[in-house]
Design a protein around this ligand. Structure first.
Ligand SMILES: O=C(O)CCC(=O)C(=O)O
Ligand SMILES: [Fe+2]
Length: 348
């Protein structure tokens, strides 16, 4: 496997990474057209010390941000900056290992519990994406999960456990606030809907000599319930908003939060799963650490009856098991419209 992280710094872009002009990102970082008056909401969680009044205000902010953008950032979220940095350092250390140490992990087999790969396994064409990544189950630290994690660097596993414990707590806090903001029971998302193993993607985008001809990560929606992403201080993530790509500007210490397809379906379309992608830059390596909160495989997914009204607001999606959705997503190569098609209820 030809990993970008094994190559010396690139002086030029090899042709297999050059997208045809019509498929390039019209909006690049170097040519940032994102209007200053549209910025993603930054929501202050007050370190979890929320009085009842403040709680309902924060819950309302989250729902408003979710409806308008499907994306927001959280600060003062209670996850220690040291824990974030320590895991980021360990993950960067993994990509920096000698090629032969990483070789045993290289795989496009999606059933592997820890795998390292490049570009994407959603093959929508020949051109490669300027990205290496690892994907694995990061929480809970069960024996089945832990034994698949790399032993090098030695800090990887212990720092991962600390990071994921903290991020799990934050995810549950956010889900409680989402439920409250929607008028659901505070524990609505706490059972099977968020009870599957959390999956992590660590995406590594080395500096690219010509960002205008490459893409970091294809446009996609996340397939699960909720994503919490650390991008540190290097920009590259863009979210679709009003028909154009909006740059998710790095905010010191923040987590970027977005909703996956399951949230869109369970809320009957109120909190949409929004398309996003990553672009490259020529100056700095970028690493994003995405924690994906999953339902259990056997979880029955359906629009929440509390949010459905057969006369005024009928269910837009049929019932299904989460495992069925996972298969459909892979079969549709992560395309938003294609994957949702088979779960939508037709009314014409
Ligand atoms: O690199 C990024 O910021 C985007 C990562 C992402 O969308 C994902 O891992 O699902
Ligand atoms: Fe994503």
């Amino acid at each position: 496997m030809e990993l970008l992280c094994n190559a010396p710094a690139h002086a030029t872009v090899p042709s297999r990474y050059i997208f045809p002009p019509e498929k390039r990102a019209a909006l690049q970082l170097d040519n940032d057209l994102t209007p200053d008056d549209i910025t993603l909401p930054i929501i202050d969680l007050h370190h979890g010390a929320l009085s009842d009044d403040r709680r309902s205000q924060v819950a309302a902010e989250i729902i408003a941000a979710g409806k308008e953008f499907g994306f927001f950032q959280v600060v003062n979220h209670g996850v220690e900056e040291d824990a974030v940095q320590a895991f980021r350092d360990a993950a960067a250390g993994f990509f920096a290992l000698p090629a032969k140490e990483k070789l045993p992990y290289c795989s496009y087999d999606m059933s592997k519990r820890f795998r390292l790969a490049t570009s994407t396994s959603y093959d929508r064409g020949e051109t490669r994406y300027w990205r290496d990544y690892v994907k694995f189950r990061c929480y809970p630290p069960s024996d089945d999960n832990v034994r698949c994690w790399p032993s090098k660097p030695a800090s990887f596993a212990p720092r991962l456990v600390e990071y994921c414990e903290a991020v799990h707590g934050l995810a549950q806090t956010l889900l409680g606030l989402v439920a409250e903001g929607l008028g659901l029971d505070a524990g609505f998302f706490a059972g099977d809907l968020s009870g599957g193993d959390t999956h992590m993607s660590v995406n590594y985008y080395p500096p690219c000599p010509d960002p205008s001809v490459t893409m970091g990560l294809l446009a996609h929606c996340d397939r699960h319930l909720l994503t919490l992403l650390s991008q540190a201080d290097v920009a590259g993530l863009q979210a679709m908003h009003g028909g154009r790509w909006l740059l998710v500007r790095p905010v010191q210490g923040a987590f970027v939060v977005n909703f996956g397809h399951q949230m869109e379906i369970v809320t009957n379309g109120v909190l949409a799963s929004v398309e996003h992608r990553a672009v490259t830059n020529s100056v700095a390596a970028r690493m994003s650490v995405a924690s994906h909160v999953h339902p259990t495989d056997g979880c029955l997914i359906r629009p929440a009856p509390e949010l459905v009204d057969e006369a005024e607001n009928p269910a837009q999606y049929r019932e299904f098991l989460f495992s069925e959705f996972m298969e459909a997503y892979d079969a549709a190569d992560a395309s938003r419209d294609d994957v949702l098609e088979s779960f939508k209820i037709r009314r014409d």
